[in-house]
Design a protein around this ligand. Sequence first.
Ligand SMILES: C[S@@+](CC[C@H](N)C(=O)[O-])C[C@H]1O[C@@H](n2cnc3c(N)ncnc32)[C@H](O)[C@@H]1O
Length: 294
Amino acid sequence: MNSSNQAPIKRDNLIAMLLAYTTCVQVSSFIFWLVFLLQNYSALLLKQRNKRFHPESVAETEKQKYTMAHYEKGMKDVPGEDIHAYNTNYSAHREGIAPEEMVEIYNKWGENYEKDFAGRYNGPVIAATSLAEHFEKGRRDAYVLDVAAGTGMVGEQLHHRGFTAIDGLDPSKTLLNIAERKNIYGRLINSFITSEPTASIEEDTYDAIVISGGMGEGHIKCSALNEMIRIVKKGGLICIVMREEYLDYVEEYKNLEPYMKQLEIEGKWEKMERKVVPNYSFQKNGIVFTYKVL
Ligand SMILES: C[S@@+](CC[C@H](N)C(=O)[O-])C[C@H]1O[C@@H](n2cnc3c(N)ncnc32)[C@H](O)[C@@H]1O
């Protein structure tokens, strides 16, 4: 009688154990897939956020597609944590950007400009160091124009190295207002530099011009070199620091070095230095050109 009573209990236990086991397997596989999906979804969201094309454009027309190709060339190798800042900078360097639109972007960027570039842009240090090397003596007396002065980061670096007579020129009024607060500039001239004479700057005025970051898509054109030569004294220097890769893919600058050479042939200036430097911006190489005006 005992043995016939025990048989159904064992079967019930077995069924209960089987049920518990399959429930465990199902729950753990559900948790596994949930975690797996969440991980992949958040990685996807992060990737999308980093790849966001700032501020608004998506390739639609042929021209925009080319713009995207242009963008992708530049952002290759940019570290993930720098992509947002890179995109913000790129919005002022989009292919085909009009000068007025570029200035508007810098005006809006304003107070965040230096924050976004902190630790990512060494142009001002490279530019000031390069110019200072040519002024072992006489830094206090050298009259320097910081072209494309922006918020005054180059002026600050020049000041640290003993330059005291520094003017700045930039078409962005908002950035110049920030530069003004640093109390290191003499005149601040709110203007573009172009091939035309700049109102209010006489010829042979400066001992040196320095530019960092002013060469870019839609920024300073090659023909503006003539105006720089006009306003720098004979024997004075023009020192330009820019991202090296722009020589390859910014249409305007494919002609920069040939144009520089042409000016040399015409006897307008003489090359003092051409050097490639690491870590100019976003861990990319920069290039420094220094010319003496003749
Ligand atoms: C990347 S920012 C560099 C600013 C500053 N030199 C620095 O190193 O932080 C580029 C600057 O070039 C200026 N810029 C663009 N086109 C210009 C032009 N044709 N003449 C003078 N400045 C120009 C912009 O207004 C902007 O302030």
